[in-house]
Design a protein around this ligand. Sequence first.
Ligand code: BES
Ligand code: MN
Ligand code: ZN
Length: 498
Amino acid sequence: MKYFTTTSKASRRAVDCVIVGVYNRGKLGVGAADIDAASKGFIRKLLKSGDVSGEAGQVAVLNGVSGVKACRVVVVGLGKAGNLDASSFRKAVATATRAIAHTKARQILNCLTLEPVAGADPYYLARHTVESVSDVLYRFEQMKSGRKKAAMPLNTIGLAIAKRGDAAKATRGAEHGDGIAAGVSLAKDLGNLPANVCTPSYLARVAKKLASGNGKLSTRVLNEAEMKKLGMGSLLSVTAGAVEPAKLIVMQYKGAGSDQPVVLVGKGVTFDTGGISLKPGAGMDEMKFDMCGAASVIGTMAAVARMKLPINVNVVVGAVENMPSGTATRPGDIVKSMSGQTIEVLNTDAEGRLVLCDALTYSKRFKPAAVIDVATLTGACVVALGSHRCAIYSNNDDLQDEIFASGNSSQDVGWPMPMGEQYAQQLKSNFADMANIGGPGGGSVTAACFLGKFTDGMNWAHLDIAGVAWKSGTQKGATGRPVPMLSEFLLSRARLLP
Ligand code: BES
Ligand code: MN
Ligand code: ZN
């Protein structure tokens, strides 16, 4: 994708498509007012006839508007005047993009960036535009046979700015948006691939390929024998029933010399059958998405590398398949983690934490400035927060606040959740140092408390993304979340945000 910024009026630029907006009660946005004036009142006429509406979600594509240099004018409804915020801005850009996705338009000029949007400046408006367009244009067709659909012709996004002085901010926003969109798209691809393709070895290959030819990025992959040597009995207990070999994927991006790195840890369960505590059959296919934590940290690393951030970031992915078999771990088995703590595996379906605890212990060697693990960890999190926000846990209130803020400004939102000794008590075991499940009630919280037993001495946060990582139903597919939230966090740490 190519980007440009322009101060020229909506009607004056010869592009394939300009996007303008109208509000409720016929109030024209900046771009729409200009188009209306240039076309002798055409927009107002269409508003009167009802063919154009200010209602949010409404859209009309107008061809060959007289007095306007662009081939197409897309008019989107922006809702009540004065109410536009980053979220409704992104929705409006998505609506406009969907309306022209089937056309042959190669360039779009987004004039919605001229509207007043609460809490967003030219940087964020450019970034949100690029991310939103990319989100809508994303297709996953690599597993379909037959004639491949022609690639989308759209290859240029223009960003209208009010004054020359905004050009640098908008350009940087577009660049960052481009990097984040690439990371989101990679995370979606990895999530959408079936488990017979996206195995632990496949994830390792993708991580290696990302690093090849990039002097700042390196990838190392540990095999099961090496993990055994490190004492990762917990992680290895999850792969005990699987034929696919487990991998520990370690990526290091050095953009800032010898600074302490931020370490991102991902749950990479490439398929979660539940193991001997087998899941019910209905909807089990969606457990191919149980590696979306891994996909998001690898995707974030791709974004970081593309944006060439001046910061150190490491990624640690525990990649395993959770399968039942004669060699699988049984309920009641006791395993020893790399930390030395023993775990009674009361339910083999609570496997994510068994993988993450050893990955977190491994992360200590990097003396992280902060470590954030990302996991589709519990169905209970979906009950608590639905599919709108991920859960944010931390042993450090400042870190929790920082991640919460990153979610808000990137429009990839989470919500702070509690931890504490009362919840941790639920993990007591009569036979080992702890059990891997916390009984009824607060399932997402007790899972976080389990991980908290492996993070002593580190600034640690945990994102339970079970509700946000993918969509079900007719829209079934990975979302690429929380790549935008994590990227925002790293951009902020790199002091590159306005
Ligand atoms: N991968 C699942 C969590 C999950 C379930 C995410 C459904 C999204 C949708 C995880 O490994 C799991 O099975 N968790 C169990 C834990 C329980 C056994 C304590 C769960 O949530 O049921
Ligand atoms: Mn499970
Ligand atoms: Zn799982």
